[in-house]
Design a protein around this ligand. Structure first.
Ligand code: KG4
Ligand code: ZN
Length: 353
């Protein structure tokens, strides 16, 4: 089974081809295999506005998606006729952007006489480590940390997700992005802030660790952004722009606060569930301080931590094709030839069914 996946929920157009089931040599693959994937990031286009402009995002997805699909098929050495299912991101995300991917997927599938399957974007992130060399095994705890979500999930199998805790306000990625903006680092700020943090002192400023001792598995990052703003103003008392060392120290202290909360809550979730495996996915999962601290904490507690390949941490088509393939393999979804699609801009993962 060859699944073509299309991701268009936000500011990245991603297309990928994944093969599942029997391989050309007749052997049955345990896990789907990524044949090729291609990505176009709109970051440069949105940078001038300091964030994603939904209308521009939709229009750019329209321009990119078919050329990317052609590129993927060429790189995989496959033809359209070999595509068995066309998968797309059904939600959550920007409504107009989602409609582009869904519309193109359904039109393409209708023209080919093949079925479609709408996929939950976060399920894509959650399952993405199954494409890595060190794939996890069920069950596990998933820490989903993206620009829009921060959640801890108990994952028993494909489609079996129980929410353990989530952010009550900003997502971890938003905390990175908003703090980075304050430091003049542009959009999206996560990678830039973590680069600047490399030369800073993480203990320079005592920023709050929101809900660290709340006794539950929820997160809150909105207060941190305000604390960073207050600290920034204090340092800027003379009205002068901050020097490189102060900016690096503030970046490192901000990252340390976010990472400490993510690490401690993830460890608490593992303790609470008694599970021994943690899967970290979503854009913030690319953060090297987060990876270092989890990797250091895990062996001491007999835990394993799994990540997607770095290139598949942020949004991409591979995770959408993979999630569709795994759902179909597990028998918990049916691809459909009813091309009357819809999208779900708001869609809790534990209701993905
Ligand atoms: O998963 P993703 O690509 O998109 C959403 O589904 O939201 O995540 C994007 C988020 C942004 O907030 C970005 O700043 C953050 O992931 N991010 C990082 C890093 N790389 C991406 N945050 C911290 N450190 C990074 N290295
Ligand atoms: Zn995402």
């Amino acid at each position: 089974m060859n699944v073509l996946g299309i991701e268009s929920s936000c500011d990245e157009t991603g297309v990928a081809l994944v093969s599942a089931g029997a391989q050309p040599d007749g052997s049955a693959a345990r896990l789907p295999v990524l044949r090729a994937h291609a990505l176009h990031s709109q970051v440069q286009m949105h940078e001038a506005y300091g964030g994603v402009v939904p209308e521009l995002a939709s229009r750019d997805h329209i321009r990119r998606v078919l050329p990317l699909a052609r590129q993927v098929l060429a790189e995989a050495g496959a033809t359209l006729a070999e595509v068995d299912v066309v998968a797309f991101t059904r939600g959550p995300g920007l409504a107009g952007a989602l409609l582009v991917g869904a519309g193109v997927a359904c039109a393409l599938a209708a023209a080919l006489g093949k079925p479609t399957l709408g996929v939950h974007h976060l399920e894509g992130h959650l399952l993405s480590p199954f494409l890595s060399a060190d794939a996890p095994e069920f069950p596990f705890v998933a820490l989903l940390v993206s620009g829009g979500h921060t959640q801890l999930m108990r994952v028993e199998g494909v489609g079996r997700y129980e929410l353990l805790g989530e952010t009550i306000d900003d997502a971890a990625g938003e905390a990175f992005d908003k703090s980075a903006k304050l430091l003049g680092l542009g959009y999206p700020g996560g990678p830039a802030l973590s680069r600047l943090a490399l030369s800073g002192n993480p203990a320079a400023y005592a920023l709050p660790r929101p809900l660290l001792h709340s006794g539950n598995l929820d997160f809150s990052f909105a207060g941190l952004k305000t604390a960073v703003l207050t600290q920034h103003r204090r340092l800027q008392a003379g009205g002068e722009p901050l020097g490189e060392t102060l900016r690096a120290d503030l970046a490192a202290s901000t990252q340390a606060a976010i990472v400490e909360v993510l690490v401690k809550k993830s460890l608490a979730a593992l303790k609470h569930t008694g599970l021994k495996r943690l899967v970290v996915s979503g854009g913030v999962g690319a953060n090297s301080a987060l990876r270092e601290q989890l990797n250091a904490a895990a062996p001491r507690r007999g835990l394993r931590v799994h990540y997607p390949e770095l290139s598949l941490c942020t949004d991409n088509g591979a995770m959408i094709a993979l999630a569709a393939a795994m759902r179909l393999q597990a028998g918990c979804a049916q691809a459909s030839c009813d091309y009357a699609f819809d999208v779900k801009p708001r869609w809790p993962l534990d209701q993905a069914g």
